[in-house]
Design a protein around this ligand. Structure first.
Ligand SMILES: [Fe+2]
Length: 384
């Protein structure tokens, strides 16, 4: 229950299922798409131990950075800068950038390998060595979005239609239910973003904190379902998700989706405590139950035990495949000299080698992100 909220009348899940949840099943939804009640799974529907490359143990992998950290060579950088300046000279709007407009003749095959690692391998990579400190903001944005076109298609990250985001503390109040945490300095607990792949380019680090953590969802599930099958079963059932007021008129302010799912031999978690916690502000939505709270606490604790920690330094680019990776960051403190600032991309990989999803089995080209109205896609130069 949120502070200051009146107690809601007790409604059961069954009551709420009778109410229409308009448009939550739209195929472009990626964060936690609607799955019909009859398609929800039980623990026995999922292999007892999922053994594929998505299963990895963070503390071990931390000691093998050559497996996930890639350095750009000087000729890679030169190629990126040439493509960047050519694109800028063309005068095309950055929101319309494509691979064809950002030519990387020798780097493209490497980026194809990185994409394969993201979608069919461990699910995350770090690319190091983009000299952002020597670039203008416009160049930084074009270089990053240009690289992104080789990994997926940009989708809007908020109701303003921003296809490039700024992760920066701009003083938003983390206590307000509609606040998105990327605009605060608060810690972000383990979660997934509402898109296939998320990319971050670090422009500036904070004075203190802001460390990044990633954990394999498969690993978390393998351990959790072994140790606490009762809680695993809870994660396969419906949770209410707040939509943070990013809805069009007539849509419900919340949706229903399970956290864990298994589809076409892929295990996936879609999770964000912040969206589950605030769902109860909507009429008829009950607060999380004690067993649901226990299940998500256990999920986060298991992620913490199995995670890989990494620093994002200036010029570093991290890409994470949300369907198989939970990510987190510690809280941070800025100073006058060091104000943490990351650029963020949300990419769709539907139809270009991305996972088939239960609510989008054919792979929509532009799935995921926030689609709330007919909006022009824009690329803001600064956090808004
Ligand atoms: Fe995130």
């Amino acid at each position: 229950m949120l502070v200051g909220q009146q107690p809601q009348p007790a409604h059961t899940l069954a009551d709420n299922l009778k109410q229409p949840i308009i448009n939550f099943a739209k195929p472009e939804t990626t964060g936690a798409g609607y799955i019909p009640a009859e398609a929800l799974l039980t623990v026995s529907d999922i292999p007892a131990k999922i053994e594929d490359r998505s299963d990895w143990y963070g503390p071990e992998l931390e000691k093998q950075p050559e497996l996930w950290k890639y350095w750009l060579t000087s000729s890679d950088v030169e190629e990126i800068l040439t493509a960047t300046n050519t694109f800028i000279d063309s005068g095309v709007d950055v929101a319309l950038i494509t691979k064809e407009k950002f030519s990387l003749p020798t780097l493209a095959p490497k980026l194809a390998q990185y994409r394969d690692e993201l979608l069919n391998g461990r699910g995350f990579i770090l690319i190091r060595g983009l000299p952002t400190h020597t670039l203008t903001r416009h160049q930084q944005i074009v270089a990053f979005t240009g690289l992104g076109t080789y990994l997926g298609e940009m989708v809007p990250q908020n109701q303003k239609g921003h296809v490039l985001g700024h992760v920066k503390d701009i003083g938003h109040d983390a206590q307000k239910p509609e606040t998105r945490f990327y605009a605060t300095h608060e810690q972000q607990r383990f979660h997934t973003d509402g898109c296939d792949t998320v990319g971050l380019l670090c422009l500036q680090v904070s004075e203190e904190g802001g460390k990044s953590k990633v954990a394999s969802s498969t690993r978390v599930w393998n351990q959790l379902s072994q140790e606490r099958p009762d809680l695993a079963q809870v994660l396969l059932q419906y949770f209410y998700w707040d939509r943070k007021d990013e809805v069009v008129e007539g849509e419900a302010g919340y949706g229903l989706a399970p956290i864990a799912y298994y589809f076409k031999n892929r295990f996936m978690l879609h999770y964000d405590r912040n969206f589950l916690r605030t769902a109860a502000r909507h009429a008829n939505v009950p607060a999380l139950t004690p067993i649901q709270l226990e299940a998500i606490d256990y999920l986060e604790a298991t992620a913490e035990k199995n995670c890989l920690r990494m620093e994002l330094n200036v010029g570093d680019i991290q890409f994470v495949h949300n369907h198989q990776i939970l990510h987190a960051r510690t809280s941070f403190r800025d100073s006058a000299e060091k104000t943490r600032h990351l650029l963020r991309l949300w990419l769709s990989t539907g139809g270009i080698g991305g996972w088939d999803l239960p609510w989008d089995p054919q792979g929509s080209r532009k799935r995921g992100g926030v689609h709330v109205k007919v909006q022009r896609e824009t690329v803001p130069l600064e956090a808004e």
